[in-house]
Design a protein around this ligand. Structure first.
Ligand SMILES: NC(=O)c1ccc[n+]([C@@H]2O[C@H](COP(=O)([O-])OP(=O)(O)OC[C@H]3O[C@@H](n4cnc5c(N)ncnc54)[C@H](O)[C@@H]3O)[C@@H](O)[C@H]2O)c1
Length: 323
């Protein structure tokens, strides 16, 4: 059976990049997004413009919070596989706007699961986040560790998604794969994320802040590696007959200090950064390092792109896109 695949959040960074991969591999993709203005909408429109060049891409502006419209859409296009990437992202934004995370990440996911139950759609891949590890003591994050110590509402919403997927698997046999992404970066990335903010600051000789005095550590994961991982997971999962309620880390497993990250960006842009060092912010985790061996065992692939290579590719794109 050829799947009728729905990608939610298709105008977003990861949704767009993944849809592109599917389209290049001759899949038909139904994509929805509410095109919210959390960040520059023009970037979302430009991503969609690229996707719409393919005849097998169908886009609809739709808000997942609207149960009736969503159900009508899923019924009309006989969707039978869902890749759910839409969400209100961002840790800092969640400190000031907690309600939007409950609505867009929890209620929206419940709508999807309820429609899956009703329409007997049996498989979903959905985005979780490395932030579910929260204040865990272990330095390296493996899926088997206890994750009951989230420290911001964004992370709480993602952990809740994992619990909901578990409950719907148990109750209604909905099979799921949750993806704990570790700081994804690359061309067409999110303007609210560090790489963008740093690159913009350095290029325009603007001051920008480095929290935890630049000692923050992140496991940066290049977008192409994320796309390859999810595509391979889809291929295996979509034909599998096994009952599945699984979670995978998707990370490079090579931690980088933010100071080094900034240096790489400034070297590539050939300009000096104007850094303002700041204390650790509330809700921020000091370090994220993935153990992605479970992913590797399952699909024989894990993220591999080195950060200097990834930043070089990003800066090349960034300078052309914003010239
Ligand atoms: N980028 C990362 O580093 C990262 C890390 C961990 C987890 N994630 C998760 O991966 C997923 C994709 O992230 P991204 O970086 O592409 O974010 P993004 O903000 O670029 O994309 C999300 C898209 O979802 C859409 N959206 C939000 N609420 C919606 C709703 N109610 N109905 C329909 N569309 C809605 C937005 O308009 C946006 O285009 C998200 O679930 C995010 O939480 C991302």
């Amino acid at each position: 059976m050829k799947e009728n695949i729905l990608i939610t959040g298709v105008a977003g960074f990861i949704g767009f990049s993944l849809a592109r991969k599917f389209l290049e591999n001759n899949y038909k993709i139904y994509g929805i997004d509410n095109l919210n203005n959390y960040y520059d909408k023009k970037l979302k429109f430009n991503r969609l413009k690229i996707l719409k060049k393919k005849k097998s891409f169908y886009f609809k502006k739709l808000d997942l919070k609207n149960y009736k419209d969503l159900e009508k859409y899923i019924k009309k296009y006989k969707i039978n596989f869902i890749i759910h990437l839409a969400a209100q992202a961002g840790v800092r934004y969640s400190l000031k706007n907690p309600h939007t995370y409950i609505d867009n990440n929890i209620t929206a996911f419940l709508n999807i699961l309820e429609i899956m139950k009703k329409r007997k759609i049996k498989k979903i891949i959905y985005a979780s986040s490395s932030s579910v590890y929260g204040k865990i003591k272990n330095k390296i994050f493996s899926e088997s560790l206890d994750t009951s110590s989230q420290i911001n509402i964004y992370a709480v919403s993602k952990k809740t998604n994992e619990l909901m997927a578990h409950a719907y698997h148990d109750l209604y046999k909905i099979n799921s794969i949750g993806l704990r992404f570790f700081t994804v970066y690359g061309p067409y990335g999110r303007p609210d994320m560090s790489l963008y903010i740093f690159a913009d600051g350095i290029r325009n000789l603007k001051k920008f802040e480095l929290f935890n005095n630049g000692k923050m550590v992140r496991d940066f994961t290049y977008i192409d590696d994320v796309v390859t991982s999810v595509f391979k997971l889809f291929k295996k999962f979509s034909i599998s007959k096994k009952k599945t309620c699984n979670i995978f880390n998707i990370g490079t497993s090579s931690p980088v200090r933010l100071k080094k990250y900034v240096k790489l960006i400034s070297d590539n842009l050939n300009k000096k950064p104007k850094i303002v060092l700041k204390e650790l912010q509330k809700g921020d985790v000091k370090s994220t390092i993935s153990n992605s061996s479970k992913l590797y065992k399952y699909i024989n692939f894990k993220p591999i792109t080195k950060v200097d290579e990834g930043i070089k590719k990003f800066v090349t794109w960034f300078t052309v896109y914003y010239k």
